[in-house]
Design a protein around this ligand. Structure first.
Ligand code: BGP
Length: 476
């Protein structure tokens, strides 16, 4: 079976991870520009000041996309290029940059798929409380309206937020992301509600413009499965899915927070600080939203934790999955059963769990809900040698996941596209330049020179043949 003709084969990046030029052409400092320079926060003190210099080399990079026949490029817009300090005047040079990046994509027939918030917020707003401050919501809405007005004639696919589950948990609980708060539970729940307000207002603002494109929300989707059927572990599974997925997606797709979460929070003297007006807003936006974006790398296996043993691990390694993780309320822990396949960073490889997880979402949000896989990929240590980099493990990983999606489509799932993370090697937020995902290698010892890896040609062929080349191995 070929993938349907309207299924998009894409690849993704995010502004902070590729652009560099952190203080050029009027760009303001972002929270990540500041946070990454705090000692110990990132691997070997790596930061995005230069990243892979996509800001200056985007034409070369998009030409490579053209050479590959890539159908869609998912990238994010740095808020700080458009509004350097979050409020105040728009920066024309920022608009110019994205206008020309979008035009360049279209020149090569590459469909732009734009993320509005991929974690880099103006530092000036972060200093005033970031997502805990309702003024950030107003500033964000102004930013996205500017993007719709300036780019919406050519951009027809939008994502409001990337992985709120991670930037909020790491930002307010583990401290691994900005603003670096540790166990700030009040701030955490305020930030969740403000993020949902910003999302809902953005969706409504987009639809009011009648630009006839689609808009969605990308979730960092790690579906949780109980270690076994014992009652406590099943409770852990439910709790984990509620607090890692449904608390983020229910307001977006159903217009309200899960009752389960509200009751669990009340028992701990906490609450989600929303009101009736918010619910009306969420409901309206939930009726307008077009798709769910899933960033899927791995599932989690969970078991009930022994509350007495639980403590939050604030280390960078815990946030990257390299160390054991406890959920911060002490309810469950993530375990890594033996005999399964894991990446070098301890992420379980399981295309089947993606489909199972998508079934869970269809049950909750509707069988015909439209999906895009907005990220999926394989992090590895790719080392340059004399010849082309042979990244066969990456090819195998992506192939398995595409086969699972094809099965899902055959069984009636409404899946409209797949974005490999990442098009090109880039900066990992916490893992520096060591953990690479790209089809294109970037040589940091040779002026950031680009070269294609074996996976580049494999993906090219997959796109050309619309997945028919994957057929033989489907049952193997
Ligand atoms: C997702 C982010 C991406 C990217 C990816 C890989 O959570 O949306 O921006 O970083 O994960 O993560 P890592 O580099 O930590 O392996």
């Amino acid at each position: 079976m070929r993938f349907p003709n309207d299924f998009l084969f894409g690849a993704a990046t995010a502004a902070y991870q590729v652009e560099g030029a952190w203080n050029e052409d009027g760009k303001g400092p972002s929270n990540w520009d500041v946070f990454s320079k705090i000692e110990g926060k990132t691997l070997n003190g790596t930061n995005g000041d230069i990243a892979i210099d996509h800001y200056h080399r985007y034409k070369e990079d998009i030409a490579l996309m053209g050479k590959m026949g890539l159908e869609s490029y998912r990238f994010s817009i740095a808020w700080t290029r458009i509004y350097p300090d979050g409020t105040g005047k728009v920066n024309q040079k920022g608009l110019d940059f994205y206008n020309s990046l979008i035009d360049e994509c279209l020149e090569y027939g590459v469909v732009p798929f734009v993320t509005l918030y991929h974690w880099d917020m103006p530092q000036a707003l972060e200093e005033k409380g970031g997502w805990t401050n309702s003024k950030t919501v107003d500033a964000f809405v102004r930013f996205v309206e500017t993007c719709f007005d300036c780019f919406g004639d050519r951009v027809k696919h939008w994502i409001t937020f990337n992985e709120s589950v991670y930037f909020l948990r790491f930002g307010y609980i583990t401290g691994a992301h900005p603003p670096g708060h540790q166990n700030d539970q009040k701030g955490f729940f305020e930030a969740i509600v403000n993020m949902h307000r910003a999302h809902a207002r953005s969706v409504i603002a987009y639809k009011e413009r009648k630009q006839y494109g689609e808009i969605g929300f990308s979730h960092g989707f790690a579906p949780n499965f109980a270690l076994n059927d014992c009652k406590g572990n099943k409770e852990a599974e439910l709790h984990a899915n509620m607090f890692e997925t449904y608390i983020y997606l229910d307001p977006v797709y159903l217009g309200s927070y899960p009752k389960y979460c509200q009751e669990a929070l009340e028992r701990r003297g906490l609450k989600l600080p929303y009101n009736e007006e918010d619910l009306k807003l969420f409901k309206k936006a939930s009726e307008l939203i077009d798709f769910i974006g899933l960033n899927y790398y791995h599932p989690n296996t969970v078991r009930k934790a022994e509350a007495s043993k639980v403590s939050i691990d604030y280390s960078r390694e815990a946030s990257t999955g390299q160390k054991k993780q406890y959920y911060y309320d002490g309810f469950y822990e993530i375990v890594k059963p033996e005999g399964r396949e894991y990446t070098k960073w301890g992420w379980e490889v399981s295309p089947g769990a993606l489909l199972e997880g998508m079934e869970m979402l269809r049950e909750r949000y509707g069988l015909n809900i439209r999906f895009y896989i907005t990220e999926n990929g394989y992090g590895d240590f790719d080392k340059k040698d004399e010849t082309m980099i042979d990244d066969t493990p990456r090819i195998e990983f992506i192939e398995k996941h595409l086969l699972a999606l094809r099965k899902g489509i055959r069984e009636g799932m409404n899946i409209k596209g797949y974005f490999a993370w990442s098009f090109i090697d880039l900066l990992s937020w916490l893992n520096g330049f060591e953990k690479q995902y790209g089809f294109v290698y970037v040589d940091h010892d040779n002026g950031l020179a680009r070269s294609e890896k074996r996976s580049f040609y494999w993906y090219k062929e997959t796109i050309e043949k619309r997945g028919e080349n994957l057929k033989e191995k489907e049952n193997g």
